[in-house]
Design a protein around this ligand. Structure first.
Ligand code: IPE
Ligand code: MG
Length: 221
């Protein structure tokens, strides 16, 4: 969900005001995805690299994400959304934030209409590193290391690889998002800054996805 800082800057506001304005975008995109019948929506909320930001911004983001769960978990639950998290639950994530994350996943665990997977303290490389560490811990022999064995040790092996990845704010990078899972995803880049993103932009991206021809390394059918 990129472009919050620039959105704020354009309005002479603090960067954090841009993050706050991103909440409406997230909710509208989520309900738009629900209406479109999307099974899983994964959003990149905080990366393993975002700790490099000024402490005040990091603190704001921690509190903001905690508040967002407090404010929104019940309505999302009522809509049948299962809330999950991908990322490292390490010492850097404040206890109160972890508590809310656990609460939101427990509350919504049985929901099946859609999964909203929040990538938080997430890094694609970190996810692969963690999967490899689990392989070793599980005592898997070198001959048994294959894609299936690694896949099974990702944060959410039950979530299928994304068909479509949308990057906002005119950046043309992957930025350590879903590296393993994105191998054959269709990428759509949008100039819209995240706080301005609405379901219509998601639908435009889905439209573009539908015009693509997917071959997964094979030849067209
Ligand atoms: C994305 O917006 C939000 C997070 C990374 C938490 P940015 O903060 O990256 O906004 P820009 O890229 O500075 O505009
Ligand atoms: Mg950015």
């Amino acid at each position: 969900m990129d472009g919050n800082g620039r959105w704020a800057q354009q309005r002479n506001l603090a960067r954090t005001a841009g993050h706050a304005a991103g909440e409406e975008a997230l909710i509208d995109a989520t309900y738009g995805a629900l209406a479109a019948g999307v099974a899983v929506l994964t959003v990149y909320a905080f990366s393993t690299e975002n700790w490099r930001r000024p402490v005040d911004e990091v603190r704001f983001l921690m509190n903001f994400n905690k508040g967002l769960l407090e404010r929104r978990q019940y309505e999302l639950h009522d809509e049948g959304v299962r809330i999950t998290f991908s990322g490292r639950r390490d010492w850097r994530v404040p206890k109160q934030v972890l508590k809310r994350m656990n609460e939101a996943s427990a509350l919504t665990d049985a929901n099946r209409r859609m999964t909203l997977n929040i990538a938080f303290n997430y890094g694609g490389r970190a996810e692969i590193v963690d999967a490899v560490a689990r392989l070793v811990a599980d005592g898997v022999s070198p001959g048994s290391v294959n894609e299936k064995a690694i896949r099974a040790r990702l944060y959410h092996p039950e979530i299928p690889d994304p068909d479509l990845v949308v990057r906002t704010s005119g950046e043309f990078r992957i930025s350590n998002f879903l590296l393993w899972e994105m191998a054959y995803s269709e990428l759509v880049f949008s100039d819209v800054l995240w706080p301005d993103f609405r379901r219509e932009h998601l639908y435009e991206a889905i439209g573009e996805y539908q015009r693509r021809e997917r071959r997964f390394g094979g030849l067209e059918q």
